[in-house]
Design a protein around this ligand. Structure first.
Ligand code: TXA
Ligand code: MG
Length: 345
């Protein structure tokens, strides 16, 4: 049986990557069934989620999960997020379930990932980067949920991009770097949040945000007031990382990215016009007609939703430098600031 499935997977992966449209809110059962068939055979499928597109494989099958690392070019120590259809499934796959995870799971389904103790008989070493913990997420995306329910098994799914590049918020972004590396991409249009899930380590007390993301610190603290947050790192720091995804130089475009203060952006625009592309905050109407300038809203959620698409677009332009206007210092901008800091280093 396994051999037959392997043979089918090989036949499928030697073909071109197929992109299939799917209804984002009411996914067609036949499209869901196609994704499930490839996944059951141990194959990779690019699936839309409410954060970014994910490159999915069976999380309880080490051979299938290992294919993700090959396709992404990702180092083996870097753990994957395990997606499940509900909190009950996460609980049964974990070695134990901390009290803080119990409380924070009330925010599921949604863009929140909880790190808990791992049961190695249920989640293989390769998925967890050989570590003692595992990260779970119950997504709210109807397409991802439909696939998880039809499959009845957990799915490992990192962002569907090559290692250290900008995450995909459209099927086309994913196809650009993963073409020929996965047989199937489901296209549900642009991602809702456009920025990855918030990762919280629940194995420590108090629980700690390892990666700021689409769920704000304020929302987490409304449930567990003592939630702590690691500070955003710069590239010059070389202390050991609590989570590999915290490594600086992540989420980076091809072009060099420079963040400048709002006070300096006008001068940079004058000095570097013709040599750079620009990403600025709304409120500079004289710039909006310039094709090398992208404007994003002065609202952290709306900005986050458009950030990766803007970086993908500017990265395709002729210049090798992207100048980004710094965003506000408030906590609400934490996830956006974190991604910009890493893209810069
Ligand atoms: O929104 C998201 O989370 C997307 C969608 C597809 O679900 N996925 C995603 O996965 O961003 P990835 O692999 O690109 O990022 C996973 C993050 C990394 O920062 C990784 O270090 C952290 O989660 N992580 C995973 N397992 C962990 C663990 N056991 N302990 C600490 N951090 C972990
Ligand atoms: Mg990623």
């Amino acid at each position: 049986m396994r051999n037959e499935l392997e043979a089918r997977y090989k036949a499928a992966t030697s073909m071109r990557t197929e992109v299939v449209r799917v209804d984002p809110s009411r996914p067609e059962p036949d499209v869901v069934a196609r994704a499930v068939e490839v996944l059951r055979a141990g194959g990779l499928v690019v699936l839309p989620t409410e954060t970014v597109y994910g490159l999915a494989a069976l999380a309880d099958d080490p051979v299938a999960a290992a294919r993700i690392f090959d396709a992404k070019g990702r180092p083996a120590f870097h753990p994957l997020i395990v997606h499940v259809e509900d909190a009950e499934r996460a609980r049964t796959l974990a070695a134990s379930w901390p009290g803080s995870a119990d409380a924070l799971a009330n925010l599921w389904p949604g863009p929140l990932t909880l790190v808990v103790p791992r049961d190695p008989t249920k989640i293989p070493d390769v998925v967890a980067g050989h570590g003692p913990t595992v990260a779970f997420r119950v997504p709210s995306s109807p397409v991802m949920l439909a696939v998880l329910r039809a499959l009845g098994r957990p799915l490992a799914a990192p962002s569907a991009n090559r290692y250290q590049t900008v995450s995909p918020t459209t099927a086309e972004h994913a196809r650009k770097t993963l073409d020929g590396r996965a047989p199937l991409i489901l296209d549900a249009g642009p991602s809702l949040h456009g920025i990855e899930s918030t990762v919280v380590d629940c194995t420590q007390s108090p629980p700690r945000v390892l990666r700021p993301g689409a769920v704000s610190l304020a929302s987490l603290r409304a449930v567990v007031p003592e939630v702590d947050c690691v500070h955003i790192r710069s590239s010059s720091e070389s202390v050991p990382l609590p989570s590999p995804g915290l490594s600086a130089k992540h989420y980076a475009p091809r072009a060099r990215l420079i963040v400048v203060s709002p006070e300096s952006i006008e001068k940079a625009l004058q000095d570097l016009r013709g040599h750079a592309s620009f990403l600025v905050l709304e409120g500079r109407p004289h710039l909006s007609a310039d094709p090398r300038v992208r404007v994003l809203p002065m609202d952290p959620e709306a900005y986050g939703a458009g950030l990766y698409a803007a970086l993908h677009a500017l990265d395709e332009g002729e210049t090798d430098t992207i100048v980004v206007e710094a965003v506000p210092e408030e906590d609400a901008w934490l996830a956006v600031r974190d991604r910009l800091t890493r893209a810069e280093s």
